[in-house]
Design a protein around this ligand. Structure first.
Ligand SMILES: Cc1noc(C)c1-c1cc(NS(=O)(=O)c2ccccc2)cc(C(=O)O)c1
Length: 130
């Protein structure tokens, strides 16, 4: 009903704000767009669920997320994919893994600091009712 739509509108604003702040952080530039398959031809042979910040934003706009937990599950693919595709000890791999870990920690810190757990509980009630 209307109150539920008000809650989900507020959720989308919260998730867009987080995603836009991450996209503005220069450390995370490589995560702003899908990995370019022209540049990285074997990427889709290794990574089964590509994810990036622009795709998160599209998903938000398409009302894909009803809870912060669902958003986090997709956001986690961004850094998990980077760790999986770049496992080697050479400086390039280490550097992208460092940025991936910074992304993971930054998302969690923002959610811990800015998400009201009562709000997330209401979102989870809406998810269970659908
Ligand atoms: C992410 C990722 N996961 O595996 C790899 C490998 C990367 C990755 C991919 C690219 N090149 S790219 O053309 O696909 C691209 C450029 C700008 C934004 C988004 C993607 C650059 C870098 C980088 O560190 O600069 C990293």
């Amino acid at each position: 009903e209307e109150q539920e739509e008000d809650v989900l509108r507020e959720l989308r604003l919260f998730l867009r704000n987080i995603t836009e702040r991450l996209s503005l952080d220069r450390r995370f530039k490589a995560f702003t767009k899908p990995v370019d398959i022209e540049e990285v031809p074997d990427y889709l042979m290794v990574i089964k669920k590509p994810m990036d910040l622009s795709t998160l934003l599209t998903n938000i706009d398409e009302h894909k997320y009803v809870t912060v937990g669902e958003f986090m599950a997709d956001a986690d693919f961004i850094w998990k994919n980077a760790l999986e595709y770049n496992p080697d000890s050479d400086p390039m791999d280490r550097n992208i893994r460092h940025r991936a870990c910074a992304l993971k920690d930054t998302v969690r810190a923002i959610i811990r600091d800015e998400l009201d757990e009562d709000f997330e509980r209401v979102c989870e009630e809406i998810r269970e009712s659908r």
